[in-house]
Design a protein around this ligand. Structure first.
Ligand SMILES: C[S@@+](CC[C@H](N)C(=O)[O-])C[C@H]1O[C@@H](n2cnc3c(N)ncnc32)[C@H](O)[C@@H]1O
Length: 242
């Protein structure tokens, strides 16, 4: 699966960056909320894609990780450490060394071979993230989420969608509902659901729903977008078992 994600983003990288204007409004809302969390902190930005939803001057250190080297090629700032790696295995990052770990619009790109495997993969990545955080550190997730009805449709169509996307060389995506994502975060971080701070991220105007793959092909009013965008922030209270 990792190879497919890598090939997909290596191939569409240029288009992806051109299409990213549609999402600027979301990055601005994320930035307002996370800038205070990252001041003088070590930040690990997973699936960074060469796009930053925060003020680069604030952290004491920025590590960006992405499975696609092409997605990171536009980053020239020598203060930023680039790591080309799969988020499923963050072996190069020392356990308990990160203050804030960020996933902006990336978790849905990391799926499994089946619906169940995709849920397991999500839990595995959240566990990796947890192990990298210092106690008191923060997990920041910005995600596109499905309604429970669309989630059931996704479950029914999982294998069919997967085979169609693979035929076109596109990596499979897997979207959660808000409840499913929050429950997984709470489980892995051993916190209560209410402890996860959740904020709406609102798109405005006209957006390009096909993003990197077919930029500019169609634009729809933001209010008709089938996904709900949320920012979730969880804190790691407990220590790290190494
Ligand atoms: C939709 S883009 C989001 C990029 C950026 N965070 C943003 O907000 O625009 C998803 C990013 O996740 C990366 N990605 C996909 N699968 C990954 C994996 N298994 N491990 C690490 N990064 C991955 C892609 O290469 C891509 O840069």
């Amino acid at each position: 699966m990792k190879d497919r994600e890598q090939k997909h983003f290596d191939r569409i990288s240029e288009k992806y960056h051109k299409a990213s204007d549609s999402w600027k409004i979301i990055y601005e809302q994320i930035e307002k909320r996370i800038n205070p969390l990252i001041t003088d902190k070590v930040v690990l930005d997973v699936g960074n894609g060469g796009l930053f939803a925060y003020d680069l001057a604030r952290p004491s250190q920025i590590l960006v990780m992405d499975v696609s080297a092409n997605q990171l090629s536009s980053i020239c700032d020598t203060r930023i450490t680039k790591i080309v790696s799969d988020a499923r295995e963050m072996r190069t990052i020392e356990n308990g060394s990160v203050d804030v770990i960020i996933f902006v619009m990336v978790l849905h790109h990391i799926s499994g071979n089946s619906f169940c495997e995709s849920i397991e993969t999500l839990e595995g990545i959240l566990s990796e993230a947890r192990s990298k955080l210092r106690p008191g550190g923060h997990l920041v997730v910005a995600e596109a989420l499905l309604s429970p009805v669309l989630f059931r449709v996704q479950k029914l169509c999982f294998q069919l969608t997967r085979s169609i996307l693979h035929r076109f060389g596109v990596s499979m995506v897997f979207f959660c509902t808000q409840t499913i994502l929050a429950e997984r975060i709470a489980k892995v971080f051993e916190i209560e659901l209410q402890e996860i701070e959740t904020t709406d991220l609102n798109l405005k105007g006209w957006v390009d729903p096909l993003g990197g793959c077919f930029p500019g092909l169609i634009k729809i009013p933001a209010s008709m977008h089938p996904w709900d965008f949320k920012l979730m922030i969880a804190s790691l209270r407990l220590g790290i078992e190494s």
